[in-house]
Design a protein around this ligand. Sequence first.
Ligand SMILES: [Zn+2]
Length: 435
Amino acid sequence: MIFGFGKKKQQDDDDHDEDLELISFQGPVSGPPPNLNENPGLVRAGLIPAKEIVSDAVSRDASMLRLDPKGAGYIGMLMVDGMKYPGPRLQKQQGTAITQILKMMAGLSIQERKKPQRGSIKADYEGQPYEITIDITPTPEGERLNIYLANLKTRPNQPDEIGISETLKEKIREIAATREGFIGVCGGPRNGLTTSTVGVVRSVDAYVYGVYKVFDTGTWDIPYVTDFEREEGHDLETTITRAQRSEAEVIYVPPITSDEEAKVLIKAAAKSGIIAEYPAKDAVSGLLQLIKWIGDEELVASNVKAIITSKLIRKLCPSCKQAYAPNPKLLAKIGLSKETKALYRHRVQPQELQKGETWDSCPKCHDIGYQGQIAMFELLEMTEGMQEVVRAKPSPDAIRAQVKKDGGLTLQKDGLHLVSNGTTSLEELQRTFKS
Ligand SMILES: [Zn+2]
C-alpha cells in the first residue's frame, strides 16, 4: 500500500499496489466542473495521491476519512461502520496538496483557507457511483479535511433496509392517514439521521397520499414524492402554505435549526402532515426540545403526532458470523423468548482458537466480524396519556414513564429484535448503548 497503513494491506504482497483501482472524479455535484489547466502544478502534486487515498478508503468500506494537520504532517483516521481506525500519516506538503485538489474537485475555493467549506464530488469506483463530500474546518494548524464516502448504489434506501420494521411502517401510515400532525425524526451525531428521515418519508404511501418535499435533498431520490420548489424571496412558511394549497397532504421539510422554524412547522401541522429531522439523542430529549422551541405545551400536545428516533448498530458479517445456543437464564434476563434456539456472535479470533481448529481470513468484512450498519428505532406517540403529560410541563422521567405505559417501541426493544433474528450480536448491542 502506498501510504503503508492498514492491517490487511500490509499482509498482502507488494504487487497489491498495482491492483488498487483508482477512483475517477467526475466533477462537483453542483456547479461547473473545475478547470484543471489553471493549476497544473497542484494537479501534478495532488491528483494521483488524492485518488490513491480515497480509493484505499473506499476499498476498505470506510464511510469517512479524516486528515488532520498536526505538527510536521497530517494524521489520518478512518471510520468503518461507525468505528474509528488509524488512517494514513502524510507529510505536510502531500497532505496540503491532497486537501487543495479535493477542494478544487468539489467546486470549493482553493484560495480560501480560513473558513469552513463543504461540497461534494460525483465519482465512480469499480463501476459504482459514489458521492464524495469534502468538509473543511480550519484549525490552528491548517485545514482539517473530512471526506465522507457514500456508495449511491448500495446505500440503504428502502425502509426495511434502513431498519424500519413492518409495525413501525404501519404506525407511520396510520399517522399519515390523518393528513395532519407533526412527525419529528431525531438521532445523535453520526447516526444516519437523514437516511432514517428518508426511510420515514418513504414509509408513507406516496401512491395514496400527496407527499411533497420543499427542499433539495441532493442525491437522495424519493420516488413518487413531488418536488415543490421554493420560489425566490419566499420563506419556509410561504412555501409550505403554497404546497398545502396545491394539495400536499404530507410535506417533507428541511432539518429544523431554530425555534422560529419549529414554530412555523408545528402551526403548519394543523393543515397537513409535516416530517422534519432535528438532532436529539432520544425521543424523550426530542420531545423536550420541541416544547422548549415552541414554548407552548398545548400546541405541542395537539399538533405533534410522533417523535421517531434512530440509532445505528453494526450488522454481523453474514459470511463469518457464528451461531450459538443461548443460556435460558440469559434469555430470561434480557427479555428474549425462551424459545430462541440460536443467537449469533462475532466469530472467535485467531488467539481464541482451540487446538486443532483452523482460521481463514474473511475477505467480506476484512476480519472485523461486522459489515454495514442498520438503524434501531424508537417511537414516541402522542397518545391521550402523553398529551396530558405534555400539558403538565413534563420532566424527562414523566415522559419516559408514559412511553412505558403506552408500550411504544424503544431502541432497546428494537435492538433486541435485531439480536434475536441474528442481524447483530448481544455484545454489539451492549457496546452501542455504552458509547
Ligand atoms: Zn466476515
